[in-house]
Design a protein around this ligand. Structure first.
Ligand SMILES: Cc1ncc(COP(=O)(O)O)c(C=O)c1O
Length: 478
């Protein structure tokens, strides 16, 4: 049988031979195009989550890897009614180009979402973007020259890393603890940079229910961060996809509200509270920055999907969006609780993890001798996936950490997924202890036997001993 492969080359024989030929063709192609690539492609990085999507789409895989909201919770009949209304009443307009900044009506929806968190931006300070991801990209495109310093949290949003890399930023990361970014360490870093005559282009932070660490920056640190930005005239980029997904506790004010919008660029998205498929995000920036961002967006995609913006307008006009967010909160709170219980039951004693008050992720840190990138290969053989921690760092740290998502799977799946992860970790722990002769102090119980309750309370079980990649989380840190 003859198969057609890359570039229509016929290929016969055993699959291994075909695979070999494909690899050879790719190598030749690479050689052929190598001289054409821009310098920046050397430092471009792929997105760990995107890479994993193909594998985790297989139905037998329990994926705790993506940052996917559960879109099956959105009522299909409501979606159908909204799209039908658009087709009947605004077909030509919805199928047309729109303004680069977004429609005034879309900006009104965005302002409604921001008002729910106590912010009220001027519509002229808002631009509608193609997801929150484009907002990050536009900020970097507008502000970063090759070699410029960008400051991010350690760990940071894994999807921001490829953006900062592709604009050739030097990304420096400031540690987090269970109160968010260590602003004291930030000040030390800023002093060190200033001593060398350097100034970061911006400080990127996800203050609420951070992706990937799940922690929330305390009110006190937020106030100090905003003061630092003012005192030193630095821009802070506040990325806030999860602020409304709070399952417990009081919400601290967003940085944008505290600061007023002179030194804070605010990024938002409907991806986690409505749908990531519609690709609708936004950005608020001071007018001079906004002017450049609009130029950047014109070059990127002219405008955000008009059809999407019509859908959002219809959806918000129904006046139920906050009820839907409320439903999501209830569903995700139970899933978070299922994950926390499963972590307690199935992870070894040496592991620590965050206890998020909202958002979509837990962050677990394992003993330093476990490399979670290697562990992922083993986990995939057991049909379970997570994001290895290294994806959240630009400097090779994070090797013994992992990000675990609890929004995209049901409670039983979460428990089973964590059980499988626990058992591949346990194999590694046993192997290590056999090789080193260390006394074995833990084991993962079989699925049917629960650990005694209260085995590790708040503050117990110190951080694991990873090579500088460990958040100083206590067990059960927020
Ligand atoms: C912190 C953060 N910023 C931005 C994004 C991207 O959002 P969007 O899907 O709207 O592009 C995500 C998605 O997971 C995120 O977690």
């Amino acid at each position: 049988m003859t198969e057609t492969h890359d570039r229509g080359m016929p290929s016969e024989g055993a699959p291994t031979e075909a695979a070999h030929r494909r690899a050879h063709t790719r190598a030749r192609d690479l050689e052929r195009y190598a001289g054409l690539f821009a310098e920046r492609t050397r430092v471009m990085r792929s997105s760990a989550m995107r890479d994993l999507m193909e594998i985790t789409a297989r139905p037998e895989v329990i994926s705790l890897a993506g940052g996917l909201p559960d879109t099956s919770t959105f009522p299909p009949e409501s979606f159908a009614a909204q799209m039908t209304r658009i087709a009947q009443e605004s077909s030509a307009e919805a199928l047309q180009y729109g303004p680069t900044e977004g429609f005034a009506e879309t900006k009104e929806c965005v302002r409604e979402v921001m008002r729910a968190e106590g912010m009220d931006p001027d519509p002229d300070d808002v631009i509608v973007t193609t997801g929150g991801q484009q907002a990050i990209d536009l900020v970097a495109k507008t502000l970063v020259d090759p070699g410029d310093v960008v400051i991010a949290e350690a760990p940071t949003y894994p999807g921001a890393v490829p953006v900062f890399c592709s604009y050739e930023a030097e990304t420096l990361q400031v540690p987090l603890d269970d109160e968010g970014m260590r602003v004291d360490e930030l000040e030390t870093l800023l002093d060190r940079l200033a001593a060398g005559g350097r100034r970061p282009k911006f400080i990127y932070s996800v203050p609420s229910f951070q992706n990937p660490a799940g922690v929330t920056m305390s009110a006190q640190r937020r106030r100090r961060l905003v003061e630092i930005a003012r005192e030193r005239e630095l821009l802070v980029v506040e990325d806030n996809p999860y602020g409304l997904l709070r399952y417990e506790g009081e919400a601290p004010d967003p940085l944008y509200k505290l600061e007023g919008g002179d030194y804070v660029i605010y990024l938002g998205t409907l991806s986690k509270i409505l749908s990531p498929g519609i690709r609708l995000g936004w950005l608020c920036a001071p007018p001079p920055v906004m002017e450049k961002i609009v130029l950047g967006k014109q070059a990127a995609d002219l405008c955000t999907s008009t059809l999407t913006q019509y859908f959002v307008r219809e959806y918000f006009a129904e006046g139920n969006w906050l009820n839907y967010v409320d439903d999501l909160r209830g569903i995700y709170r139970s899933r978070r609780d299922a994950m926390l219980e499963a972590l307690e039951r199935f992870l070894p004693r040496q592991a620590t993890w965050s206890r998020p008050h909202g958002g979509l992720f837990c962050w677990a840190t394992l003993p330093g001798y476990i490399d979670t990138t290697d562990l992922l290969a083993k986990a995939l053989r057991e049909n379970v996936a997570f994001v290895p921690g290294a994806a959240a760092y630009t400097d090779g740290r994070g090797g013994s950490a992992m990000r675990l998502n609890f929004s995209a799977s049901g409670e039983d799946e979460i428990r089973e997924g964590i059980r499988r992860i626990g058992s591949v970790i346990d194999e590694q722990v046993q192997l290590f202890e056999t090789i080193t002769g260390e006394h074995r102090t833990t084991s993962v119980p079989p699925a049917s036997s629960a650990r005694p309750p209260g085995r590790a309370g708040p503050g117990e079980g110190g951080a694991a001993d990873g090579p500088g990649d460990v958040l100083p989380f206590r067990r059960h840190a927020q």
